[in-house]
Design a protein around this ligand. Sequence first.
Ligand code: FES
Ligand code: FES
Length: 166
Amino acid sequence: MKAETREVTISVNGREMTRRTEVRTLLSDFLRHELGLTGTHVGCEHGVCGACTVLVDGVPMRSCLALAVQADGAAVETVEGLAPEGELSQMQQAMRDEHGLQCGFCTPGILMSMLAAERAGVSCAEACGDVLGGHVCRCTGYQGIRAAVRRRWAALPAARGEETPA
Ligand code: FES
Ligand code: FES
């Protein structure tokens, strides 16, 4: 039986992309395989590890749990949008400065969640706690990542960086 397909238009990192895709295509696969945006990593494919996190209309979402057709008409942000000219974003630079990654598999998802957290005005404690808690990193022991988050939050307007957990 032929798989049902549908045309999907998504604004990805500010550029409108239209593709005809099977209705069962996951958003993560759509980004990676149909648009070639392999910065969105796929680990567990069960919504657990957070590696596939992207922003959909500004909200962090596990792209392995969403269908591409569900994002039709939405604005999606991926890690590729953080450094469009090749210059690292401030959170990316903080991760680099604090050695917040080893293999880097978890990194894109963490960066996207931190971007949403920054925009939402969450505290440093919450970013290091609940937000980071949604991401599995098998390499770092989280110390470098937490240091990077603290560094980034310390550079935010005063009240934002005041709670800086050790
Ligand atoms: S690959 Fe989506 S949460 Fe792990
Ligand atoms: S740096 Fe390897 S999984 Fe996080």
